[in-house]
Design a protein around this ligand. Structure first.
Ligand SMILES: Cc1cc2nc3c(=O)[nH]c(=O)nc-3n(C[C@H](O)[C@H](O)[C@H](O)COP(=O)(O)OP(=O)(O)OC[C@H]3O[C@@H](n4cnc5c(N)ncnc54)[C@H](O)[C@@H]3O)c2cc1C
Length: 161
């Protein structure tokens, strides 16, 4: 991040971005070609370790790409609000965003799949859901162990506050 004054390091703000964004853009790489998908996610942040859980149907190109290359990046954002100016270059958007990279794996262990789905539903809805083996058997769960992440806030320019 070139403009350090925009960096967000407060853990409470980071958790708020993770709670509010709801959709992330998952960046994968298929033999050099970036492949980016919007997806819903769930997260855990324990002892500084960020884990993301994603889910999908039983097949799909994303699974093929991850199996070939588990290195992924992601971006998410919330509180996106446009602001106007007198000239074109004064227009912009305020936002909070979080970017990161990590390693993706397709979860095979049924108990971890169920846990991942509960985490996803908690992040998406704020409610607790339990999953049985049957429900877990009709979806695939992707776990992303995040190695690095960064958060940023773009506020209103001082002249507009
Ligand atoms: C807000 C939002 C949230 C979503 N949340 C989830 C989620 O939690 N889980 C989930 O599995 N999917 C989610 N989707 C759909 C997701 O983006 C993909 O469309 C889906 O997962 C299929 O991806 P795939 O790689 O398996 O493609 P496949 O179904 O194998 O499709 C193959 C081809 O179709 C095209 N394609 C695939 N997806 C898209 C797309 N979104 N837009 C345009 N073209 C596409 C591409 O050319 C791709 O190579 C969400 C989409 C949106 C917009």
């Amino acid at each position: 991040m070139r403009r350090r004054e925009f960096e967000v390091t407060d853990q409470k703000e980071i958790i708020r971005i993770l709670d509010e964004s709801k959709v992330l853009h998952l960046g994968m790489s298929d033999e050099g070609w970036p492949y980016v998908l919007p997806m819903n996610y769930g997260y855990t942040l324990e002892g500084g370790e960020l884990i993301l859980y994603l889910h999908g149907g039983m097949s799909g190109y994303k699974f093929e790409v991850i199996q070939k290359n588990p290195r992924v990046s992601f971006a998410m954002e919330c509180d996106v609000e446009p602001f106007a100016g007198k000239v074109a270059c004064q227009y912009g958007m305020t936002y909070f965003s979080l970017l990161g990279k990590g390693t993706a794996e397709i979860v095979e262990d049924v108990e971890e799949k169920k846990r991942g789905l509960s985490v996803l539903m908690r992040t998406q809805t704020g409610k607790e859901f339990a999953f049985d083996d049957k429900l877990a058997s009709i979806v695939r769960v992707i776990k992303v162990t995040v190695s690095e992440y960064w958060a940023k806030n773009r506020p209103l320019p001082p002249a507009m506050r």
